[in-house]
Design a protein around this ligand. Structure first.
Ligand SMILES: Cc1cc2nc3c(=O)[nH]c(=O)nc-3n(C[C@H](O)[C@H](O)[C@H](O)COP(=O)(O)O)c2cc1C
Length: 212
């Protein structure tokens, strides 16, 4: 097997004790080789982000994940602060700013609104992909490949542990496939969301044909 991709999960939830979904999702990744979970609110309760430490973490990983609940059509505040401070000119973009080039970027979000609410006829008018455009373009500007996001929607309608554990299992499966490079990359790149058609997107030993 080739060397696994190192994955950095930047996790942002300001009230983890009240979380129903994200805490299960993040739990599923704990203790896995080559995956670093970095809980930003835990590390920086006063939002005093250590820029050099964050930049070193970025350099040490191949795939960067932002995991958070969708708040006001974006991320909780700490992740914006993180972007403003860590993605410096000369590091992430601009003259000499090549540190992130060639890495992959993934958004993992949970939304209270249902899938149907995110379209022109729906309550939120815009699609999730449209609303995530600032993240997509940030990744592009930094020379990273923006992967289709992993999105769990209608969180208030998820009842019982079974409905949540389906998403937890999918998340674990997707992250392992990214780590072990067992994605059908061409197929994945055409999808709107990473967690739609997940089983068809992941290579099994039988369907194996290495493609980057
Ligand atoms: C401050 C705040 C803002 C929110 N904004 C949105 C939003 O813009 N769109 C949406 O679909 N849900 C929104 N929600 C609902 C959360 O996304 C939802 O509760 C969360 O994803 C559930 O995940 P959790 O159980 O891990 O907290 C918001 C919730 C809060 C507290």
């Amino acid at each position: 097997m080739s060397v696994p991709n190192r994955i950095l999960v930047l996790f942002a939830h300001p009230a983890l004790e009240r979380s129903r979904v994200n805490r299960h999702l993040i739990q599923a990744l704990k203790g896995i080789d080559s995956i670093t979970i970095h809980d930003l609110y835990e590390q920086y309760p006063n939002l005093h982000i250590h820029v050099k430490h964050e930049q070193r973490l970025l350099l040490d990983h191949d795939i960067i994940v932002f995991q958070h609940p969708f708040y006001w059509y974006s991320s909780p505040a700490i992740l914006k602060e993180w972007q403003d401070l860590v993605l410096e000119h000369g590091f992430a973009y601009g003259h000499g700013g090549t540190a992130l080039q060639g890495k992959k970027f993934l958004s993992v979000i949970t939304t209270g609104g249902s899938q149907e609410a995110y379209c022109r006829q729906g309550h939120n008018f815009f699609t999730i992909r449209e609303l995530l455009a600032p993240f997509e373009q940030t990744a592009r500007l930094c020379g990273m490949e923006y992967l289709p996001p992993f999105v769990v929607q209608g969180t208030h309608q998820l009842h019982g542990s079974e409905q949540i554990s389906k998403h937890v299992n999918d998340y674990h499966k997707a992250i392992m496939a990214l780590r072990d490079d067992t994605m059908h990359w061409d197929q994945l790149r055409q999808q709107k969301f990473l967690n739609h058609n997940l089983d068809q997107t992941i290579r099994t030993p039988e369907t194996s044909q290495h493609a980057q």
